[in-house]
Each structure stands twice: as C-alpha cells, then as structure tokens.
Design a protein around this ligand. Structure first.
Ligand SMILES: *Cc1c(COP(=O)(O)O)cnc(C)c1O
Length: 333
C-alpha cells in the first residue's frame, strides 16, 4: 500500500510507543490505581487547564459521558449542524441520556453566538435546552477551526444562559496548531473537553475527558456504566503519553501536506473548497465517488467515499512527503 488517507485513526504505534507499552507500570484503573493512566490524565488536564481527566477507550465514550453529565432526560443538546456527537455516534445521546439534538447553522463548522442564543428553549411547550456542544476542529465541515473570538462569544452566551458548554475536541490540538496558540487558549472557554489521543496525535487507542474534579468523579460512574472501566489500561496510556509529547509538534506538517494535496486535486480538476482546508482534512466533490475510491484502492491509495459524490482524505504523521507525492500521482492519473 502506498498511502492510507482514510482517517488519522489509521496510524500504528511507533517502536518507541511499543517499548513504552511493554515497560508500562500498571494497576487496576477502575480503582484509580494505574499510575500510567493517572499520569496521562494529569498531563492532559494540565495542558488543557482543567482540574482532572478521565481516560476512556474512545472519543464517542468521552463525548457521551459528557452529555450524560450535563443533561437530564428530555432536554436538548445545542450543537453545530453535522456534529459528530449526533452524526457518527449512533443515537447514543438518545439511548443513553434520553436527549435530542438541536442543530444550529454552522458555515465552515462555525456557529454564530447569536444563533446559539436563538436555539435556546425555555417554553413549557418545548424540550428545554440542557447544554451546548461545539466541535473544533469540525470534522464534517472539513477539519475547520473555530476562531477564538467566536469561542469567547459562545462562552458568554453559555454563561449568561446558565448552560454547560462542552467541546468535542477530538482534534483540538489541530485547531491549536492552526491558530498558533497553546491548546489551553481554546479549552479555557469550556466546562468539559473531550480530547482524542488516537487521531492526529498518533496513539493506538484512547481519549481523555477533562473537567472539574467533581465532574470527573461523576463521569467515572458513567464510564463504568458504558463498559469503559479498563483495569490495567496503563499499557495504552503509555503509548498515549508519547503521542501527547510528540504528536502536537507534527500537526503543522500534516496541515501543510493537506494544502499540497488540495492544490494538486484542484489542478487535476477536482472540486475542492480550499477555504475549508484549514488543518489535516481535504474533502473533494466528484461524481461516482465510490467507484473512484475503489479504483484508487487497487493502486494502493485508500480514501473514504462519503455519500455518492464526496471523498475525504486525511493526512497524518505516517504520510510523509514522498508517500504523499506517490499518492497524488495515483489520484490525479
Ligand atoms: C473521531 C472523532 C470522535 C471520536 O471517535 P471514536 O472513534 O469514538 O474515538 C469524536 N468527534 C470527532 C469530531 C471525531 O472526528
């Protein structure tokens, strides 16, 4: 295979990660006794500016635990249209927490603070608003970044209205790299943040939910209910600590390569909205997407067909310049 561009989840653990996994100090994490998990949780909390963190197997779980924490049955989750918490999490907000989404418009993945305010429901005839959730970067919109002044505006709405604000930060380190700010400049606006270690940062497994000490104590129960109590999970946390240490500095190169790929696709006649190419994701519109993707796969380049006329390419640290050049040759042949 030349290049797997289906997702940034496809990276495999580096030799250094495998060594760290083999030598990891472990304990029973359901009792809070795994020293490597505790170190990972503390480090994500420190970098994002929160009191505490909780390690879980997936970003779906960290998001859904956050929804359970912040809502009561029958309430609405205000979120940007296309949000992963609804589109790709299999109705879990309804089945686990008994809540429903209310979408707000989000051109390029960015909801306007005023539209968030207008989505809030208080009437006795309607489902009350329970929380606000943002996604940064926004996957379905193309890996797009929410500007800091918009975050501050939505934070103000949340505070004025007394609603908790959650961030699906599966790729929040990509957003920080694109803005050129420490990740805490983004996360400080939120009550809870879900951070994926297994996307662009390159860990094999895992996400961390961060928030207050009290919120994470409650989150521990929801994690257990979902089957996310993982015992000697230090073997996974050991790899995630390396991803957290080395991953963020590599993201700018992924973003540069995404722009190179997008430019080459445009030159070859693909329709790409270059305004949306802000981080490591490139969407192209082309008729017969599924057949095109199948043809490329035979020639060693994997991409994701989404819908009948859309293809997604995702850059990650295991696609270097040379692999990208060879992939571009196949895609534009
Ligand atoms: C990948 C992703 C998640 C979490 O997905 P898992 O596969 O459950 O780890 C959450 N939100 C966004 C925006 C994502 O891209």
């Amino acid at each position: 295979m030349l290049a797997d561009l289906r997702s940034d989840t496809v990276t495999t653990p580096t030799p250094e990660m495998r060594d760290a996994m083999a030598g990891a100090a472990v304990g029973d994490d359901v009792y809070g006794e795994d020293p490597t998990v505790n170190a990972l949780q503390a480090e994500v909390a420190r970098q994002t500016g929160f009191e505490a963190g909780l390690f879980m197997p997936s970003g779906t779980m960290t998001n859904q635990v956050a929804i359970a924490l912040h809502t009561r049955r029958g309430e609405e989750v205000i979120c940007a249209e296309g949000s992963h918490i609804y589109e790709w999490e299999l109705g879990m907000m309804a089945t686990f927490s008994g809540v429903v989404p209310r979408f707000v418009p989000a051109p390029l993945g960015v909801p306007a603070p005023e539209d968030v305010r207008l989505a809030i429901r208080r009437s006795v005839h309607q489902s009350p608003s329970g929380m606000i959730s943002l996604e940064n970067t926004h996957n379905k919109a193309g890996g797009t970044v929410i500007p800091l002044d918009v975050l501050a505006g939505i934070r103000e709405v949340a505070t004025q209205e007394g609603l908790p604000l959650h961030l699906d930060g599966a790729r929040v380190y990509n957003a920080a790299a694109a803005l050129g700010v420490p990740v805490a400049e983004i996360t400080r606006h939120f009550d809870t943040v879900s951070v994926c270690l297994s996307k662009g940062l390159g860990a094999p497994v895992g996400s961390v939910l961060v928030g207050s000490q009290a919120a994470m104590a409650r989150a521990h129960r929801y994690r257990k209910m979902m089957g996310g109590g993982m015992r000697q999970a230090g073997v996974l946390a050991a790899a995630a600590l390396i991803a957290l240490r080395d991953g963020p500095a590599q993201l700018a190169a992924d973003h540069r390569r995404a722009r190179v790929l997008a430019g080459a696709l445009v030159d070859a006649g693909f329709a790409v909205n270059l305004e949306a190419v802000q981080t490591n994701i490139v969407y192209a519109t082309l008729p017969g997407a599924a057949e095109r993707v199948a043809g490329w796969a035979e020639r060693g380049v994997l991409a994701n067909a989404l819908g009948h006329d859309s293809v997604r390419f995702v850059l990650h640290h295991q696609i270097g310049d040379e692999a990208l050049d060879r992939a571009i040759a196949v895609l534009t042949a």
